[in-house]
Write a protein that binds this ligand. Structure first.
Ligand SMILES: N[C@@H](CCC(=O)N[C@@H](CS)C(=O)NCC(=O)O)C(=O)O
Length: 235
């Protein structure tokens, strides 16, 4: 199954988790965003938006990570979205708060356009949007018992958006806090081969794991008990 993705792309990461949950074998066809491969005709012919990911599956080509996740959820009964309409809308709102509202302004092309790709403006830009986005997400989690995932005892579409966003937050927050992350409530798919961001040359950039547990989603450095909730991570 060819999957056109980029290792650091949050949108690609969401779909990798869904593919692992569905036990669908896939082969990464890397589209190097830093090299500009996504803008070339070869990739534009796959996705006129010039974005990743693009998934070829079931004889069709799909773009837009949330649409792909929902397609896999429906066709493979992954249980990522509740059937009950109100619960479904709440789970979708959690997902959209990150994927629709935070993610686009932190996209490579947007950040380059806004900051010229220069530091420290680039990192400041990222933190400016990621911090309130995660704080709001955490407030939205208040309606749920975390057991141990965002909306209950199994991964949901909200987790599929949160996990890449926390990876991204760690990446940009590290300059200030050197926060590594630790996830409790581990799920086998998150450790499945190829799911986590993995630099082709240097291995995984993640030292730790995301956790979503005990009333908070967040990150942890060091020993158990060291949790830092989202709202405290990037102040
Ligand atoms: N809404 C799209 C967003 C896709 C997207 O923005 N992908 C990023 C990588 S995470 C990308 O291709 N960025 C290229 C750029 O900014 O030029 C989705 O969820 O699939």
């Amino acid at each position: 199954m060819p999957y056109h993705d980029y290792w650091r792309s949050s949108a690609s990461y969401r779909v990798r988790i869904a593919l692992a949950l569905a036990d669908i074998p896939w082969r990464s066809v890397a589209v190097d965003l830093v090299d500009g491969a996504h803008q070339r005709p070869e990739h534009r012919s796959r996705n006129s938006q010039g974005l990743v990911p693009v998934l070829d599956i079931d004889g069709q080509r799909f773009t837009q990570s949330l649409a792909i996740v929902e397609y896999l959820d429906t066709t493979r009964a992954l249980g990522l979205l509740p059937a009950e309409p109100a619960a479904r809308a709440h789970a979708q709102a959690l997902a959209a708060s990150l994927a629709v509202d935070v993610h686009p302004v932190c996209n490579l092309s947007v950040v380059r356009h806004a900051t010229g790709g220069e530091e420290p403006a680039r990192t400041k830009w990222m933190q400016h949007f990621i911090t309130p986005g995660l704080t709001a997400f955490e407030a939205l989690l208040a309606r749920y018992e975390h057991n141990p995932y965002c909306t209950g005892d199994t991964l949901s579409i909200a987790d599929l958006c949160l996990i890449p966003q926390l990876y991204n937050a760690e990446r940009w927050g590290r300059a200030l806090h050197r926060a590594s992350a630790h996830r409790r409530g581990r799920h086998r798919v998150l450790d499945a081969p190829g799911v986590r961001p993995r630099s082709p040359g240097r291995g995984s950039p993640l030292n730790g794991h995301v956790y979503v547990h005990g009333g908070h989603a967040g990150c942890r450095r060091g020993v158990p008990g060291d949790e830092v909730p989202l709202h405290a991570m990037f102040q």
